[in-house]
Design a protein around this ligand. Structure first.
Ligand SMILES: N/C(=N\S(N)(=O)=O)N1CCCC1
Ligand SMILES: [Zn+2]
Length: 261
């Protein structure tokens, strides 16, 4: 039959062959956040973030994104408050982005898409004994999503960008110490929150999402450095790491709550 050109490499990327395998999902991510349908919840507290920069370990290219890993053996880099009943430990952060500035984020706001999205992944040490266990637990994880928009140079991000050439190929790693990801947070406290899932396999429905309303600004050069990474290992035919985002998923029977009026 007629071969349909893949609309995105991500659709063919091995990670996505299992995309269709999550049958019966009722709380999948990402979603389009319709601002007018979100419900202000006065019981939502301010999010409290305490990251210890010395818990930063290394950056690596996992063949889907670049990821900064943290020492999560103690309650040193934690978040609490917001919609959360207890504290959660920071495990890693990573990004999703597009081949061009017109798309790239996973979540959308009133169908507006951003060039990239940061995910800070945390797990619940009260109900789980490890990150790997928490991935399978209902509400075992909290992911904070921060939109990136094209604008001013981001000095805090630049330290990360300068390390990217060292992790150009899949399964490469470089030491990265003393970095405080709080510098990647917008100063505005406003967020939406909803119950969702991981956006890559195993796609488990274990995530309380906290999506910051206000994007951070990064410049064109910084976005282009993301796009110079490769999905492929050294020696393989090079495939640029771009469009590593999952398509929108149905909202189904969910309400998005906002921390702001
Ligand atoms: N998909 C994921 N995070 S995300 N994109 O949903 O924040 N992960 C896969 C394994 C651990 C984190
Ligand atoms: Zn992600």
């Amino acid at each position: 039959g007629l071969q349909r050109a893949p609309c995105r490499y991500a659709d063919l990327h091995p990670l996505w062959q299992s995309e269709l395998s999550v049958s019966g999902g009722t709380r999948q991510s990402p979603i389009n956040i319709q601002w007018r349908d979100s419900v202000y919840d006065p019981h939502l507290k301010p999010l409290k973030i305490h990251y210890d920069p010395t818990t930063c370990l290394y950056i690596w290219n996992n063949g889907y994104s670049f990821q900064v890993e943290f020492d999560d053996s103690a309650d040193k880099s934690v978040i609490m408050g917001g919609p959360l009943e207890n504290h959660y430990r920071l495990k890693q952060f990573h990004f999703h982005w597009g081949a061009i500035n017109e798309w790239g984020s996973e979540h959308m706001v009133d169908s507006k898409v951003y060039p990239a999205e940061l995910h800070l992944v945390h797990w619940n040490p009260v109900t789980s004994t490890s990150f790997e266990e928490a991935i399978m637990e209902n509400n075992g994880l909290v992911v904070i999503g921060v939109f990136l928009k094209l604008g001013a140079h981001h000095a805090g991000l630049q330290k990360l960008v300068d390390a990217l050439p060292a992790v150009k190929h899949k399964d490469t790693i470089v030491e990265f110490d003393v970095f405080d990801p709080s510098c990647l947070m917008p100063s505005c406290p406003d967020y939406w929150t909803y119950d969702g899932s991981l956006t890559t396999p195993p796609l488990t429905e274990s995530v309380t999402w906290i999506i910051k309303k206000t994007p951070i600004e990064v410049d064109q050069n910084q976005l282009e450095e993301f796009r110079m990474l490769l999905f492929t290992s050294a020696g393989e035919e090079e495939k640029r790491m771009v469009d590593n985002f999952r398509p929108l998923q149905p909202l189904m029977n969910r309400t998005v709550r906002s921390s702001f009026r």
